[in-house]
Ligand binder design. Structure first.
Ligand code: K7E
Ligand code: CUA
Length: 663
């Protein structure tokens, strides 16, 4: 408990400090400088806190200049957060059913996406995913606001959300890989979205191989998913995969500008440890941390796309063309650069010249230079090969610099002013460091630690505004802290994560705000300028099928509502408008196959209706203009009062009807 005495004492200091500053700054148009200082003092705020609050404040009704697109971890969702206000705007379900939006709760379009997202590769139809790394689509290396892709860490899948209506349109279950982690990025013009395996998988017909045959039968996979520029959808026929050695492929990034055409994938466990701690072996984390170096994979993806197009250079494996490891080596598509112990993040700077790697067990970041890499490849400046024959570039020949930043460096983002910001998991801090001359930093100041700020606690990823694109603008940084420990009231044993907003516009970094994340465990996020979301719509054209954006063949206009019976199938063409369903009585018989085509004939933004049937596990959401079909078997007789789940109008409670299923 704070004593009143302490509050008064702090208050007095704050009044004088804040008063001086705030009166100075706000005596202009606001006319209330003294009052602001008093409020700060009353609330016990320090100057830093009051300044931070004002910097992050977004007035009621004002829009944030940035939108943060966050993965939701094993909630299987994406979250949109306004920056700098750190207000949660929306949750978008991708891999996991969600009943607000009716996703996977009986509506045809979403059931179809989830069903297609589970191929025979899976043992069951999947109802969850672990979202880790969102990748916004890009044009010329900058976000273009068209699509966002997100991987499923658990099941090796890729989801696509269309940034017109912010709904998922496709889940692609990737052949030949079981898991995927950080290997997700869009190429600078979104020709491909890359996704790589994390844990290698046996490339055998039945997906099984004894662990004794790990080195022989297991392989990593780098997948280049071809993207249709109109729809954003993946086309497996035009996609290809590259086989990789059975190391654990981790984070990845696309080259851009100076490094356009290249891609970089970190790996660890080049020891190929498989565990066996009850069978006389070492635990995996021990076995996988033996060597001083693992390998950064350097892939010439433009050349790989050419090779994949040539006859005889690939083999079809479960519906996708695969370039074998041997072919990749022969054709000069794959090189390794040594990277210090247990690397995690690999991040290309906005100029494309530098590639920063954080080694979890090394207190440095290592910064590679693409010009040096290209030179070493051209001159075959190799340190031999790995056991699979992949050429290893000489470490000293490709590294531009390294900076001692602190303990547990993971991920790096940039500000477009020649600085990198790296998350330090063990130190619970963000370190700012300078890049080299190719990013505009004078030689004498290159590759140095610049600043450090403490975060709370144990930061994983971090994101700066557009900080992984050519347009990084260095305004804000968000730290994604894994633990919140004591930052929030005790609300049970499962604790929220903590996002912290950090200002990058001053000489030194400062923490402006905390945002508890009580709805999943975000890993990576990207922050896009809100003004780039030019395709976003707030209503559909009347009668739209959300999957195609075209007019639905079952769209129903006002006055065209009807019920048609075809044997045991009952087709209901229903409209929704404030505040009724038409028809509001559906008469079915036990055993019928009931198909209800709902059209929301509203044209006004926000006039969403829901359609819920008790006892049948059905809840659909219909945005203005949207058409959704709900289909079920009338297995249980009864009188079911269906109703609208969105509070749409003063007579929302009256927006209900009867589904009669006669015995
Ligand atoms: Cu570092 Cu999944 Cu990107 Cu989490 S990963 S931190
Ligand atoms: Cu429609 Cu409530």
């Amino acid at each position: 408990m704070r004593s009143n005495f302490r509050l008064i004492a702090i208050g007095a200091i704050v009044v004088s400090l804040v008063g001086g500053i705030l009166i100075g700054r706000f005596s202009g148009g606001l006319g209330g400088g003294g009052a602001l200082a008093e409020i700060a003092a009353d609330r016990g705020l320090t100057v830093e806190q009051a300044t931070g609050a004002l910097k992050a404040f977004t007035a009621p009704g004002e829009w944030d200049p940035y939108i943060l697109v966050s993965s939701g971890g094993h909630s299987g969702q994406l979250h949109l957060v306004g920056v700098p206000s750190m207000r949660l705007l929306k949750t978008i379900p991708v891999f996991t059913p969600e009943s607000w939006s009716g996703y996977g709760q009986g509506a045809d379009w979403s059931e179809g996406i989830l069903a297609e997202g589970s191929t025979d590769k899976q043992a069951a139809e999947l109802a969850w995913g672990d979202t880790h790394h969102p990748a916004l689509s890009e044009t010329e290396g900058a976000y273009d606001g068209r699509f966002v892709y997100i991987n499923d860490r658990a099941n090796g899948r890729l989801g696509m959300v269309d940034l017109r209506d912010f709904k998922v349109k496709q889940i692609l279950d990737l052949p030949n890989m079981q898991t995927s982690h950080g290997g997700v990025f869009a190429t600078p013009n979104t020709e491909y979205v890359h996704i790589s395996s994390m844990t290698p998988m046996p490339q055998t017909d039945d997906g099984y191989a004894p662990l004794e045959d790990y080195a022989e039968d297991y392989r990593g996979i780098s997948t280049w998913v071809a993207i249709d520029p109109e729809t954003g959808r993946a086309d497996l026929d035009d996609s290809f995969q590259i086989e990789l050695p059975p190391y654990t492929q981790d984070l990845a990034d696309a080259g851009k500008l100076a490094s356009d055409g290249w891609a970089f994938i970190n790996s660890y466990n080049s020891e190929m440890a498989v565990g066996g701690n009850m069978e006389g072996g070492q635990p995996i984390e021990v076995g996988a941390s033996q060597r001083d170096f693992d390998y950064m994979h350097i892939i010439n993806w433009k050349k790989a796309a050419e090779v994949a197009a040539q006859a005889g250079k690939t083999e079809m494996r479960n519906g996708v063309r695969v370039i074998s490891l041997d072919t990749a080596i022969e054709e000069g598509l794959l090189y390794f650069a040594p990277e210090p112990r247990s690397p995690h993040g690999v991040d290309v700077d906005p100029t494309g010249n530098y590639i920063t790697v954080g080694g979890k067990l090394d207190p440095h970041v290592t910064i590679y230079d693409i010009e040096l890499i290209e030179k070493a490849i051209a001159e075959e400046n190799f340190d031999g090969t790995d056991e699979y024959g992949v050429p290893i570039l000489k470490f000293d020949a490709v590294v531009a610099g390294s900076v001692e930043v602190g303990l547990g460096p993971l991920h790096t983002q940039y500000d477009g002013r020649g600085h990198g910001y790296v998350s330090l998991f063990l130190d619970s801090a963000i370190a700012e460091f300078s890049l080299g001359p190719k990013a505009g930093i004078p030689e004498a100041e290159a590759f140095q630690l610049v600043d450090k700020v403490q975060v709370n606690y144990n930061v994983g990823h971090l994101a700066t505004t557009e900080g992984d694109t050519v347009a990084a603008d260095g305004q804000y940084l968000v730290a994604l802290n894994k633990w919140s420990v004591d930052r929030f009231p005790v609300i049970g044993t499962l604790k929220p994560q903590n996002f912290q907003l950090i200002d990058l516009t001053d000489e030194t970094m400062s923490v402006l705000a905390d945002m508890p994340i009580g709805f999943g465990e975000p890993h990576y996020v990207q922050i896009i300028k809100a003004e780039r979301l030019v395709n976003a719509i707030d209503t559909y054209e009347p009668g739209t099928d959300p999957l195609t954006f075209a007019r639905s063949s079952v769209a129903t206009a006002a006055g065209e509502e009807r019920v048609e019976r075809e044997g045991d199938t009952l087709h209901v063409y229903m409209t929704t408008v404030r505040s009724h369903f038409t028809p509001d009585i559906i008469r079915a018989r036990a055993g019928d196959h009931v198909v209800i085509h709902l059209t929301n004939i509203e044209t006004l933004a926000d006039a969403t209706h829901g359609f819920a049937i008790p006892g049948y596990n059905i809840q659909a959401s219909l945005d203005p203009g949207e058409v959704v079909t709900v289909e079920f078997h009338a297995t249980k007789t009864g009188s079911f009062a269906f109703y609208c789940t969105e509070f749409c109008s003063a007579l929302h409670l009256e927006m209900q009807g009867w589904l009669l299923i006669e015995p």
